[in-house]
Design a protein. Structure first.
Length: 86
């Protein structure tokens, strides 16, 4: 797991393996419509490059960690952190 990796022109919060992107949305950088539009565009750019993007709110991570942990474990168990086969 690496933090603040530059992908498709923007930093992602976490990159697990080579292809699982985890974004954590706190209020400071994700509170406006323009922030949301930027996030959606970046997610689409990453998906077009073969990445899986999982996006969680700060509240989900802090107050609902078991569900976040389950989602991350499920993604890794499905191999979504690995480069897709060609």
């Amino acid at each position: 797991m690496r933090m603040q990796v530059q992908l498709a022109g923007h930093a992602v919060d976490f990159l697990i393996g080579t292809h699982l992107v985890v974004q954590i949305d706190g209020w400071s950088y994700h509170s406006s419509a323009s922030d949301r539009t930027r996030d959606i565009a970046h997610d689409a750019a990453l998906r077009m490059r073969g990445y899986t993007v999982l996006r969680f709110s700060y509240d989900q991570v802090i107050n609902g960690w078991p569900r976040v942990e389950h989602a991350l474990a499920a993604a890794v168990s499905r191999g979504l952190h690995l480069e897709p086969a060609s």
